[in-house]
Design a protein around this ligand. Structure first.
Ligand code: CA
Length: 218
């Protein structure tokens, strides 16, 4: 149901959620509604969202970017963790899924913090580059073959010390299996290797969810 880590046995994951999860009711409703939808696997797990809220709070992020909104749970979590005058530029191409996102952002009272752009992510990010950089936090969770393009654009938009969280970097374990050569796996594998030796950043690949890379701009 949830996009739990393929590395964590069900009883352990259930224990973590039961013992540590802090969701407001709107978050839980959105999670349960999304779980009934096609492509429910795309939903970021609630334990991971809670971890991302800690990152956002720890660096006192105010200006954020999200590439890949789906039904809005990650933007909702980040919006709840930033101050009332904080903003998220949210990029997606699906009117259908983001309609659900908007509904729940409104119900949570955070819609004024989220600036949704229905356009290809790289176009929106290039537009931001023409305006003003200095973003604090970004979450990349979109089409995997464009991850490297999103990474490069977001890195330019971030302030030094800003963080990028990149989702699905283990891709169910396929990145570690040389026999897997589909386009998504190859793109993720290349980006992981690049970030692993990227002197512009500090980085750590976590085994939460489907693999989450935390990248800090130097
Ligand atoms: Ca994801």
């Amino acid at each position: 149901m949830n996009s739990k880590s393929f590395l964590v046995p069900d009883p352990i994951y259930d224990y973590i959620l039961k013992t540590t999860l802090r969701e407001i009711p709107v978050q839980r409703e959105l999670r349960e509604r999304t779980a009934t939808m096609p492509q429910a696997r795309m939903q970021t797990g609630p334990d991971q969202l809670q971890f991302m809220q800690i990152l956002v709070r720890a660096i006192q992020a105010r200006r954020c970017i999200e590439v890949g909104v789906y039904t809005g749970a990650s933007a909702l979590a980040v919006a709840l963790a930033i101050p009332d005058d904080g903003t998220i530029v949210a990029c997606d191409v699906s009117e259908e899924y983001t309609a659900i996102a908007r509904e729940f952002w409104q119900r949570a009272g955070v819609e004024h913090k989220i600036d949704l752009h229905l356009a290809p992510g790289d176009e929106t990010l290039k537009g931001l580059l023409l305006q003003q950089g200095g973003y604090d936090f970004a979450y990349i969770d979109a089409d995997k073959t464009n991850y490297d393009a999103y990474y490069e654009l977001v890195l330019r938009l971030l302030r030094p010390g800003g963080l990028i969280a990149i989702d699905n970097v283990l891709w169910g374990g396929d990145v570690a299996d040389p026999a897997e050569t589909d386009a998504d796996t190859v793109a993720l594998r290349k980006l992981n290797e690049k970030i692993g030796r990227d002197e512009r950043v500090d980085a750590s690949l976590l085994t939460i969810g489907d693999g989450l890379s935390i990248v800090r701009k130097r």
